[in-house]
Design a protein around this ligand. Structure first.
Ligand SMILES: Nc1ncnc2c1ncn2[C@@H]1O[C@H](COP(=O)(O)OP(=O)(O)OP(=O)(O)O)[C@@H](O)[C@H]1O
Length: 300
């Protein structure tokens, strides 16, 4: 479990105090993947750095597995951290990067090869210097590094950056498996579809503050139903006549609960082919939640 309690970070910039993170509290539970989202400059990296003891909070506190990061003995054996995949020593080979850390963490050397294999780095790639690595290879090595100490928690900032589609799917399965085995995963990413696919819980921040948090399914749930039928216009008329709101959005989306949709369909003699709770996608939730904190006004 990872907790942030009233974390606040202020920086001095040209004599003025800039609040990067303000009163951020959340819990990433064991056995679950927690997605940590926000627009550029929202304060995600600053928060993750405070969780990992790399930045000192102005106020508030954070714990990983019940203790402040700095109080964890041999922290790499408890929490795997990937904050900047490009930060590995460019002159070392991938295998050397892991071997040095394995020695420092007192991890058996045999684990290095096991992890290179697990993250899909070939023996040739592992023998190449890190400065020759692509972004995706950096990410794979960074993840191997994070997993090296067989930690109970992972803190990952944009781990899927630069991965190809197969790599992104592999990453998703790895994180899912890690959490299903009881691990805690805190995952910051701009890839909303990926986060939606893997995160059990979400924390959305903007302007340094928590804007929304909770279970992914609950946050994405919208009242009403999404329906497909053999005659959507007729079903829409029947639902409207019964006082429900209706909009056609690929399927028919209505404020009516499933039972009312069934009644309207029965009355209008329309065959329903699909009926499920209405949900907004994460992209919609993200933009609605962070609308005041986005950077759309900044030209690309
Ligand atoms: N060392 C620093 N000194 C001054 N200001 C900083 C420092 N680090 C971060 N900031 C400011 O704090 C705010 C939050 O930055 P942070 O990097 O945490 O955002 P982020 O959500 O990780 O953004 P991104 O998605 O672009 O990575 C920004 O306004 C940034 O300019």
């Amino acid at each position: 479990m990872i907790t942030a309690e009233h974390l606040t970070k202020r920086y001095a910039r040209r004599g003025r105090a800039v609040t990067a993170v303000e009163d951020v509290s959340f819990t990433a539970q064991a056995g679950r993947v927690t997605g940590f989202l926000g627009p550029n400059g929202a304060g995600k990296s600053t928060t993750l750095r405070m969780l990992c003891g790399l930045t000192t909070p102005t106020a508030g506190a954070a714990t990983v597995l019940g203790r402040p990061f700095a109080a964890l003995p041999n922290p790499g054996r408890h929490v795997g951290v990937l904050l900047d995949a490009a930060a590995q020593h460019p002159g070392r080979t991938g295998r050397e990067v892991l071997a040095v850390s394995a020695r420092l963490m007192d991890v058996p050397a045999a684990r290095v090869d096991a992890l290179l294999d697990r993250v899909g780095l070939t023996p040739q790639e592992a023998a190449a210097r890190v400065r020759t690595y692509s972004l995706g290879m950096h990410q794979r090595l960074g993840l191997a590094h994070a997993l090296l100490g067989d930690p109970a928690a992972l803190v990952l900032d944009e781990p899927a950056n630069g991965l190809d589609p197969a790599g992104i799917r592999w990453m998703r399965e790895l994180l899912r498996g890690f959490a299903d085995a009881g691990g805690t995963v805190l995952l910051s990413s701009h890839l909303l579809r990926e986060v939606e696919a893997v995160a059990d819980d979400l924390v959305i921040i903007g302007g340094g503050k928590v804007l929304a948090q909770g279970g992914t399914a609950a946050l994405l749930a919208a009242p009403g139903s999404r329906v497909r039928s053999l005659d959507d216009p007729a079903l829409a008329r029947a639902l409207e006549a019964a006082g429900h709101e209706v909009r056609l959005d690929g399927a028919l989306v209505t404020s009516a609960p499933a039972e009312e949709v069934g009644r309207a369909a029965l009355g209008a003699a329309v065959v329903i082919t699909d009926l499920r709770p209405a949900t907004d996608g994460l992209e919609q939730l993200f933009f609605t939640t962070t609308a005041r904190h986005g950077r759309e006004e900044v030209p690309a």
